[in-house]
Design a protein around this ligand. Sequence first.
Ligand SMILES: Cc1ncc(COP(=O)(O)OP(=O)(O)O)c(N)n1
Ligand SMILES: Cc1ncsc1CCOP(=O)(O)O
Ligand SMILES: [Mg+2]
Length: 504
Amino acid sequence: MLAYLEQALGRTRMARLREARVGIGGLGGLGSNAAVHLVRSGVRHLVLADFDRVDKSNLNRQYYFLAQVGQMKVSALADNLRLIHPDLDLTLICERITAANVLAVFDSCGYWVEAFDQAESKKMFVTAGLRRHKRVVAASGLAGWGRTDDMVTREWSSGLVIVGDRKSGVDAAAPPLAPRVGVGAAKEADVVLSWILEEDEAVAEPGEVTEARGAKEAGGVKKARGVAEPCGRAETHEMDKTQEVGKTRGREETYAVGKTYEADKNRGVEISPGAAGSAKFRLPAGIYAITSQTHSLGRSNLDVAAEILRSGVKILQYREKSKVFREMYEECLVLRRMTRESGALLIVNDYPELALAVEADGVHIGQDDLPLQVVRQLVGSRLIVGVSTHSPEQACAAVEAGADYIGVGPIYPTRTKENVCASVGLQYLDYIVAHAEIPFVAIGGIKEHNLGEVLSHGASTVALVTEIVGSPDIEGKIAKLNQIIEVKDEKASDIVGVLTGGEE
Ligand SMILES: Cc1ncc(COP(=O)(O)OP(=O)(O)O)c(N)n1
Ligand SMILES: Cc1ncsc1CCOP(=O)(O)O
Ligand SMILES: [Mg+2]
């Protein structure tokens, strides 16, 4: 089977399938059949979770056999999958999945397949996955028979695809039956497959024709068929749909932040000019805090940072414009220890050599700093490199040159930065949300009063300077900002409210 797949798909795609980790929550009609499709397609690492046993009533649609009635579904399915392909890496979780354990079970997986039968479990699973920036496929509306053409694949938000007609809940008049359940399972598996196979393919070399299929086509998600434009040639002044920023970036796997980069380092992945797509880095969602002693109401950077980190912020940038190098170095050494202790990323603004010297996680550079290619030469794959951008052209150039994330702004007017360019407004953010496939952080004039607006335009990570460091009560301020971020997360899960209880 693998030899055939390799011949059909090629070695690179096969390697991606082999590396990908897929988690499936619920092993009924959807989950068991989706697992079979994925294994038949070359996926090797699966985390399978279900607390139930095989029942005779399951056999009309679930991938089990009469002789397996009474067995735990996880082990029965593992046996069946190994009959298809013996060399699988299966993690079997025989537990009810709840908000308390969902991350412990599935966090190692980049792709999450929702296959529960209860609306509450569906919502919990999808919400948890999206919060961790996983690719999540869920199902809603698979009951009964007929109308399979109404069962569509739709991208609901970045990272979430829902399959099904989103209407037909299971009841006495509409029992779960093999064909529609099977269509739903196949669609879920196909969405995952498309993510794995196509993630890096939509941007080709200049002049090369690329095509994205599967989930993207079916769901009306960004279509990427066409001739890839070199950045300089793209139509840059309108924020139109012709550029696909960062399509070369992989999203194949996610790990806890921090570990992501470690994992790449361990694999010896080189992030180098022209090698965009080799690394997989994700910015933590939520607050990206930035220091600035002159705006800190007389407090030291270290005191301010301590409060920020105590509040649970997971990414801290050391940005200092008024100190000599030696002092910055001393401060960064302490910040390195503090961020390690609190599990936050440390990014150093402007100075790659300082970032290297203190073993920071990354460096952030702007359009007036050393060019990205030069910085990459200096830091190789050792550091995350973030780049400030103010236009689609700059975003495209940053991605092409191998940025790990981009700054997007200034969204609103700000006086924090000297000689700052005019604010780019939400329009540029909208453009990036629609096109960027590398992580991005919105910045510039973001305050408690406009944070909701920035989030509602699709930013997941938001950088703030004065709103945090200039607050007399930093912990209180961060708590309020986090409340606004939480509300946005709740709204995301409202989308999930459309998930009807259905077929497990
Ligand atoms: C996350 C983030 N985005 C943008 C910037 C600005 O960088 P730059 O344009 O180089 O300006 P300075 O911060 O160096 O004044 C940033 N620091 N962080
Ligand atoms: C560094 C930087 N880059 C673009 S805007 C900005 C300053 C953001 O500061 P504030 O959050 O106080 O507006
Ligand atoms: Mg700079």
